[in-house]
Design a protein around this ligand. Structure first.
Ligand SMILES: [Zn+2]
Length: 141
């Protein structure tokens, strides 16, 4: 069951477009929606209209939301008065394809507990129309 959570603070939200809308709003239905080629079936991020591999049309489809940590950095600088550091910024790889990467925040985890290949899963911060995908450890650490 995909969790929806309240934001811990303000966040700069993306402008919705026809191309990215499914990705940013799919969390309302509990699903992370990713562009998938109608022709070669490769997934693509950021969201696309046309497959970067073959040029075919692309349609948003749900992924499992399971991923592994690819790389990460910890921000200790207080860049916004309402956002308390540390902030864990990461790139995770979705399990559907080994180059399907999402830039995101890791939450519910201490910086020292993050490691490469750590299994994580998506949850969504509810910002109204936008459900912002963040990732939490698959198992309690
Ligand atoms: Zn394709």
């Amino acid at each position: 069951m995909t969790q929806v959570r309240q934001p811990v603070g303000p966040r700069i939200l993306p402008q919705l477009t026809e191309t990215n809308q499914a990705f940013w709003t799919g969390g309302a239905g509990g699903q992370l929606m990713v562009s998938r080629c109608d022709n070669c079936e490769r997934w693509a991020l950021p969201p696309v209209h046309e497959c970067p591999s073959c040029g075919g049309g692309s349609t948003p489809q749900p992924v499992s939301g399971r991923a592994r940590v690819y790389t990460w950095t910890v921000n200790y600088q207080k860049f916004h008065p309402d956002v308390d550091p540390p902030n864990l910024i990461a790139i995770v790889v979705l399990e559907e394809q080994d180059d399907l990467r999402v830039a995101t925040n890791l939450v519910d985890i201490e910086p020292d507990d993050v490691r490469a290949d750590l299994p994580v899963r998506v949850e969504f911060e509810d910002h109204g129309e936008i459900f912002y995908p963040v990732f939490v450890p698959e198992e309690a650490l």
